[in-house]
Design a binder for this molecule. Structure first.
Ligand code: FA5
Length: 344
């Protein structure tokens, strides 16, 4: 076969291929035509077999001709393929009937939990006064939770803070006070820290939850006394509940402070006239506090002859309930969006 003849036959093949591609109505038909003309066993490749029938000097010419035809067919194939895809997309969009006048969907943004918000508010007040944030583990050793805090093994005060014991002999901490001795062992005085965190007790009613949150405060310095504690706590109460808020200190007992006090704020609901929330007393208890017992300072390797300290522990749920007039503590943990969205 001469190269002229091959060329004219290739022209016919090209015309036939182009027509087949153009006739294809969908992707299946197009793929079928592609295999027929451009596949490994397709018509164009078959022409290469004529190579051996040609004189050696004609062979490169045939190769070039076949490549030219292949390139043209490939171009037609790509054009038709694009056209079919465009048509398919247009048909799809048409039958979807997108209504561009519908209002957009606003993505829902998360918000801080009211307890997290209250914790941050309290932290901010103390950070401004130069306190730093310290932390301790929730699974705690009996030593830090009780013993180092002056609760001997069979002291009755332990009964007020019953909790879950873990298999390795530790327990779920009942208050944030263990962070006091942990901090004393890590840092030299003077020390000024607050320690927020989750704590656990065997409690369950509308104002007591088995899992709740506290913030511990600890200040160790030379020459501190109860008036320093009172001053800081008054500033704290006024920053949180309003600048005219009055506080009072009542004698109390904690094994790890001496003297110990309960701190009340003047009822913010009735202005001290007496109401259900303050049980007609005009005062609402917000936290426990006191001067750090010398035994506790010794456990923290701090000399009580040189240093003195005060500490307090406040319930975050209690503060949030007062701030927002919430009467049932369980609302914080039920994940009811109708409740949570009010704080967003
Ligand atoms: C303590 O836990 C002491 N560690 C506080 C302290 C620290 C005193 C440093 C002195 C020096 P108390 O058991 O009173 O004290 O708890 C402190 C606060 O935690 C309470 O005023 C209350 O607001 C909150 N609280 C106690 N039990 C629960 C509970 N089950 N659910 C929610 N809040 C609670």
């Amino acid at each position: 076969m001469s190269s002229d003849l091959v060329w004219s036959k290739l022209q016919e093949l090209l015309a036939e291929g182009v027509q087949s591609f153009k006739d294809a109505k969908d992707e299946d038909a197009l793929t079928h035509a592609q295999k027929r003309f451009l596949g490994r066993k397709g018509s164009v490749q078959a022409y290469m077999q004529h190579m051996k029938e040609l004189a050696p000097e004609e062979r490169p010419k045939l190769g070039a001709l076949v490549n030219e035809v292949r390139t043209k067919l490939e171009k037609t194939f790509a054009d038709v393929e694009q056209k079919i895809r465009d048509a398919k997309l247009a048909a799809d969009l048409k039958q979807r009937k997108v209504d561009l006048t519908l209002p957009g969907r606003t993505p829902t943004l998360g918000a801080e939990h009211p307890l997290q918000k209250t914790q941050r508010q309290i932290e901010d007040i103390f950070l401004q006064m130069g306190f730093e944030i310290a932390q301790g583990p929730q699974s705690e050793w009996d030593y830090f939770n009780f013993e180092a805090l002056n609760f001997p093994a069979d002291h009755p005060a332990r009964d007020m803070q019953d909790t879950l014991m873990l298999e390795n002999g530790s327990l779920l901490r009942t208050h944030t006070s263990p962070v006091q001795v942990r901090t004393m062992l890590c840092y030299e005085p003077p020390i000024r820290i607050i320690a927020p965190g989750t704590v656990y007790r065997r409690d369950d009613d509308v104002t007591h939850s088995p899992m709740f949150h506290q913030i511990e405060g600890l200040h160790i310095e030379k020459g501190l006394n109860l008036t320093h504690l009172r001053g800081i706590l008054e500033l704290f109460a006024q920053s949180l509940f309003g600048k005219n808020t009055k506080i009072r200190l009542r004698p109390s007992f904690f094994p790890f402070t001496e003297p110990s006090v309960e701190v009340d704020i003047a009822c913010i609901f009735c202005g001290q006239k007496g109401c259900r929330l303050c049980k007609q007393t005009g005062w609402i208890e917000i936290l426990g506090a006191g001067m750090v017992d010398p035994n506790v300072l010794r456990e923290g390797h701090i000399d009580p002859e040189i240093w003195s300290g005060w500490a307090f522990g406040v319930g975050i749920e209690r503060v949030a309930m007062l701030l927002h007039g919430i009467s049932d503590i369980r609302l914080f943990f039920e994940s009811d969006l109708r409740f949570l969205k009010q704080f967003a």
